[in-house]
Design a protein around this ligand. Structure first.
Ligand code: NAD
Length: 480
């Protein structure tokens, strides 16, 4: 792919200083492509292009129905080009092709959902208490949005922002992670091909400290929607505060997976493995804290450890691989240091805790890891590993399970496993997390809000609230 990979004001261009970045597949180090490395000037130019397009009104002034039907066309086009998108996602992230294919289906569904939702949109009449007053609420686009996305689900996380932003009538500048740019480039290609007016969608590739910093501070940006790590979220919120931008933050998680003794043992075990190790644990909602009722803990954890040791790691096109590499050498070092610190603090390493060997040495593989004998306050219980690491805690009462499940400053997601529906519902209510699964792990729906309590974030994506994030409510009061 050539290095004219920034999309600004409807034109493909290189970086203003000619800078480029090579992208390598984390599974084997092969060169995937060379893309433009945008500068602060490029980011500012893109914001101004988005502002000009917004003010021109060619998109923001369309009816919600027209915008909705455009999004439905995007969904169709994504389905037509699923193979290109899935392959690009897999090469950038190293994740299994089958997982990328699911991501692209989900992305198309997200566009379809917001396309239909936009079409149903209307303002609301308010009873002002007088026949001589017409009072109504209109929902208008927020304006220019900076959309900053992470590398673990690169286009999926971006799509959760792009689709509602477009549905609402906003224009935007997208900055994907510098590690995973290719599906964002393809996305702009689709939006251009389908005739989105110039400047409504802009793409600036580059790192957080240059491009991201401009996108979160530029005075012409009205809203910053960010998905990524907690510490970056704090920096972005502080930088956006100077000009009182609206901020939506989807941050990390330290998600409890609570298994009661009366759970379906096999289903809970299969899901505990999947929750912790799919995509090598690089999932914001990973089931990183297994909390098991004491009476079944020994048997459950022995089986978990045995099965974790059998998980087959491999490249994205290996049909037998069950999980893949970490995103980078730096991230693998981070996960390694995290596990080592936990062990130094007294956690017991039951399996894993090492890099992949043999053929796996070409990529950044880390073995599925189980730690037990952990106690409240240990770093492995507090911090997000964002790798294939699960800790084990035990409980003897429902109240203790809830207490452990809420023992985190995060609050993104959690699961409860029990065949007692009343108990599951009570525990689900008591847990302070944005999503609770009962007898399942990981499913989400485009029509259901996603987001975090506590330090897992601010605001919600998906669902009607996910559209409302990109709208301003205006009250028009007419005295007849
Ligand atoms: P990250 O915070 O390092 O980077 C995310 C994005 O922010 C990247 O595009 C990066 O370039 C940019 N960035 C970095 N510094 C910046 C700055 N100073 N100003 C503006 N932008 C900046 O996160 P990551 O490592 O890419 O992703 C992993 C994190 O994302 C994990 O913590 C994970 O839990 C979280 N995540 C959350 C959700 C969710 O839905 N809550 C979903 C996926 C990932």
């Amino acid at each position: 792919m050539s290095a004219s990979t920034l999309f600004i004001g409807g034109t493909w261009t290189g970086a203003s200083d000619g800078g480029t970045r090579d992208i390598h597949c984390p599974a084997d180090g092969e060169l995937v492509g060379t893309v433009a490395e945008g500068t602060a000037d490029d980011a500012a130019r893109a914001v101004l292009a988005a502002r000009a397009a917004f003010d021109a009104g060619e998109w923001s002034g369309k009816s919600p129905l027209e915008r909705g039907s455009f999004l439905l066309k995007v969904a169709d086009r994504l389905r037509d080009r699923k193979n290109d998108f899935a392959r690009a996602e897999t090469l950038d992230t190293g994740k299994r092709l089958v997982e990328s294919e699911i991501d692209i289906d989900d992305i198309a569904n997200c566009f379809e959902y917001f396309g239909k939702l936009a079409g149903q949109e209307s303002g609301r009449l308010v009873d002002a208490g007088s026949p001589m007053v017409v009072s109504r609420i209109e929902y208008e686009p927020v304006g220019v949005c900076s959309l900053i996305a992470p590398w673990n689900y690169p286009l999926l996380q971006a799509a959760w922002k792009i689709a509602p932003a477009l549905a609402a009538g906003c224009s935007f500048v997208l900055k994907p992670s510098e590690l995973t740019p290719h599906t964002s480039i393809l996305m702009m290609d689709v939006l251009q091909e389908l005739g989105l007016p110039d400047g409504v969608a802009n793409l600036v590739l580059g790192d957080g400290k240059t491009v991201g910093a401009v996108l979160s501070s530029h005075p012409d940006v009205d809203l910053v929607s960010f998905t990524g790590g907690l510490e970056t979220g704090k920096v972005i919120a502080a930088s956006a505060a100077a000009s009182v931008k609206k901020v939506a933050l989807e941050l990390g998680g330290k998600n409890p997976n609570i298994v009661f003794a009366d759970a379906d043992f096999d289903a809970a075990l299969d899901n505990a493995l999947n929750a912790a190790f799919v995509h090598s644990g690089q999932v914001c909602s990973a089931g990183a804290r297994l909390i098991v009722e004491e009476s079944i803990a020994e048997k459950f954890v022995d089986e978990l450890v045995r099965r974790a040791g059998q998980i087959r790691l491999g490249g994205p096109f290996d049909p037998d691989a069950e999980t893949g590499p970490l995103i980078s050498a730096a991230h693998r070092d981070k996960v390694t240091a995290y596990v080592d610190k936990g062990v130094a603090e007294g956690a017991r390493l039951r399996c894993g805790g090492a890099w992949g060997t043999g053929d796996l040495e070409k990529g950044f593989y880390y073995l599925p890891t189980v730690l037990d004998q952990v106690t409240s306050g240990m770093s492995v219980l507090v911090d997000e590993a964002f790798g294939p690491v699960v800790t084990v805690e035990t409980f003897t009462s429902e109240a203790e399970a809830v207490k452990l499940g809420n023992d985190t400053h995060y609050g993104l997601a959690g699961a409860v496993w029990s065949q007692d529906a009343g108990k599951s519902q009570r525990v689900a209510r008591a847990l302070r997390h944005g999503t609770i699964w009962i007898n399942d792990f990981h499913p989400y729906l485009p029509q259901a809000e996603w987001g975090g309590f506590g330090q897992s974030g601010v605001g919600r994506e998906l669902g009607p609230t996910g559209l409302a994030e990109y709208q301003e409510a205006k009250h028009v009061y007419q005295n007849i």
